[in-house]
Design a binder for this molecule. Structure first.
Ligand code: COA
Length: 273
């Protein structure tokens, strides 16, 4: 296992975003349960700060995103702030830029990320979940994008990810109706990767995170970079980056350790070098 980093919780946005790390696994908690973890602008900023701290912590190898309170992952943007911050196109510029800047950190995150979803995962909450590498959901969760019920547009980034996960027809059905779907349907259409009974969700998500944390970080980075390039338009695909990370793996201490451990019939100890 990688060196254990701090297990003490760090709070951002007056405690509405919490962050800690345990055994190579970083955890960010959306913690506004009274509002079903609706995201205020301050929470978006805090989310970005927590992502940055875990990104820069060398002991952290994988990050889990989750919601507090058992009823929601994130129920979307905090609608009570809309009158002050998003009542028209000009007013929403700052909100859009600040929240997009934090999501961009997640989109370009160099470490694997997992969204652990229990309860409502709506609007901007689904946008965050879709930016994670993997989505694990509890049975009783609900997914939706109620933008058409509010009269707002969901934006390019969110819809690109939605279409790439569920295809254009399901994206249209979800967007035109603003309907909510349950976990079983989300699983069937490819919106989440695995559905787990509510009481087992955290343990199963941690088990996946720990298995990632024990594997070779450069090999995982190679997979992450290459899959992202597969999704790029061919004209913008960076084959040199794929080659560079492939070479870095072949020349790594971890590849030597992986081979040696196999021959010696023991578990490898990877350093990320
Ligand atoms: N923004 C602000 N407040 C929200 C919120 C949001 N996105 N989602 C929930 N809340 C608040 C509710 O206003 C309510 O506050 P109150 O206790 O002061 O009345 C509290 O959270 C609990 O919500 P409630 O609706 O009573 O709980 P529920 O379990 O019956 O339903 C939701 C939960 C999430 C389905 C429902 O609150 C909802 O539809 N929220 C809006 C979702 C949305 O449109 N998101 C997209 C925003 S872009």
């Amino acid at each position: 296992m990688p060196e254990t980093s701090s297990t003490t919780e760090t709070a951002y946005a007056d405690g509405r975003i919490l962050m800690h790390a345990e055994g190579g696994v970083g955890v960010i908690t959306f913690n506004n349960p009274d509002k079903r973890n609706a995201m205020s602008l301050e929470m978006w900023d805090g989310f970005g700060a927590a992502l940055t701290a875990l990104r820069d912590d060398a002991a952290v190898r994988v990050v889990i995103l989750r919601g507090a309170g058992g009823k929601a992952f994130v129920s979307g943007a905090d609608i009570s702030q809309f009158e002050a911050t998003r009542h028209n196109a000009a007013a929403s510029e700052d909100y859009a830029k600040r929240s997009a800047a934090q999501r961009a950190l997640l989109a370009a995150y160099p470490k694997p990320t997992i969204a652990c979803i229990q309860g409502f995962c709506l609007g901007g909450g689904l946008q965050v979940a879709m930016l994670a590498d993997i989505r694990i959901a509890a049975h009783g969760s609900q997914f939706g994008i109620p933008a058409a019920r509010l009269g707002i547009a969901y934006g390019y980034e969110g819809l690109r990810n939605l279409v790439s996960l569920v295809g254009p027809s399901w994206a249209r059905l979800l967007m035109y109706t603003g309907m909510r779907i349950e976990s079983a349907e989300a699983l069937r259409i490819g919106l989440v990767e695995r559905v787990i009974p509510d009481d087992l969700l955290w343990g199963e998500t941690m088990a996946i995170a720990e298995s990632i944390a024990q594997n070779a970080p450069l090999a995982i980075k190679a997979a992450k970079i290459t899959i992202a390039e597969v999704l790029q338009d061919e004209s913008r695909r960076d084959m040199d980056a794929i080659k560079a990370i492939g070479d870095a793996c072949m020349d790594s201490e971890d590849f030597r350790e992986g081979r040696k451990a196999f021959m010696e019939k023991r578990r490898p100890q990877f350093s990320g070098r």
